[in-house]
Design a protein around this ligand. Structure first.
Ligand SMILES: [Zn+2]
Length: 297
């Protein structure tokens, strides 16, 4: 009997990614969804309910932790040191493997993700001035980021001053307004990031295996879980905005994801271009134009 080492295995840990693959973030999405459905969408609001906000912001923080964990793993496997900027670290590596990769567009969306995360993690403080009528109906509000919170130069290029939303992905950056819709869009971006990484770098760089129980069935595809919620979303304005974001993401990135798998940017109705034709439990049906495919098992 000898104690000599016969075999050595190197394991590169990515703990952060488990928050998404084991459903912690999807549970938070589900918790945020209940109060979100009761929101008064037609009325002006300067914040979402505390229950929705708490669960959604926790989901945002954990999802971004997952993106950062994968960035570290990718950089390690590519024998690079990580820099301060997640967006440029990732796009530099993608560009090296795929010379026509649209680095500018990719960096902008990851930058918007980081801006939303920072506004939560660094407790950006806003002064919100609310205007009411005589009978206390809210007429509107002004929100101002107080000096000393957030890098104004970094923010100004990506955030619309009046709405305090990011320009491309429409993330709220006033922390009290971050809710279900922001976490939903962020998970779509996470899915895009996984899709690009697996096609451009290979599965070994970014292993992602979702295992999530939804209505009694185990689901392994993130875009299908999001499709389930999308059908139930009661805010038509957000659905329209999400479809339009997907349209441009698809135009920019569809050649950098594997067409054999179902991703958020390809899970789109071929007839009316609405998101979410592939649903959990192998249902293929558009929630808008009812275009569908009978799947034979
Ligand atoms: Zn359709």
């Amino acid at each position: 009997m000898t104690n000599r080492i016969a075999r050595k295995e190197k394991i590169i840990t990515v703990v952060g990614a488990n928050y998404i693959s084991y459903g912690v973030v999807l549970d938070l999405l589900s918790k945020a969804f209940e109060p979100y459905c009761k929101s008064p969408f037609t009325r002006k609001q300067f914040q979402v309910s505390i229950w929705e906000n708490t669960h959604a912001t926790a989901g945002v923080i954990l999802t971004v932790l997952g993106i950062e964990a994968y960035r570290n793993r990718i950089a390690y496997l590519d024998k690079r040191k990580i820099g301060k900027n997640v967006a440029s670290d990732l796009s530099t590596i993608f560009k090296k493997k795929a010379s026509i990769f649209p680095t500018g567009k990719f960096e902008e969306i990851i930058k918007e993700v980081m801006i939303m995360r920072d506004s939560i993690a660094h407790n950006h403080i806003y002064k919100v001035e609310v205007h009411y009528s005589q009978d206390w109906t809210m007429l509107g509000h002004k929100q101002k980021l107080l000096d000393g919170y957030g890098d104004s130069k970094r923010f100004s290029g990506s955030v619309v001053e009046k709405t305090r939303k990011t320009k491309v992905l429409r993330f709220n950056v006033q922390p009290a307004k971050i809710g279900f819709e922001d976490l939903f869009t962020l998970l779509a971006i996470f899915d895009l990031f996984v899709g690009i990484s697996q096609k451009v770098l290979g599965n070994a760089y970014l292993p992602f295996n979702l295992s999530y129980e939804l209505n009694g069935h185990w689901e392994d595809n993130l875009s299908k879980v999001l499709a389930y919620y999308f059908e139930l979303i009661p805010n038509p304005k957000f659905k329209k905005q999400f479809n339009s974001i997907l349209k441009s993401l698809k135009a920019d990135f569809s050649s950098f994801i594997d067409s054999l798998n179902t991703w958020v940017i390809t899970n789109i109705c071929p007839r009316c271009y609405t998101f979410g034709i592939d649903k959990p439990n192998n249902v293929v049906k558009c929630c808008k134009c009812t275009f569908g495919v009978q799947v034979i098992h």
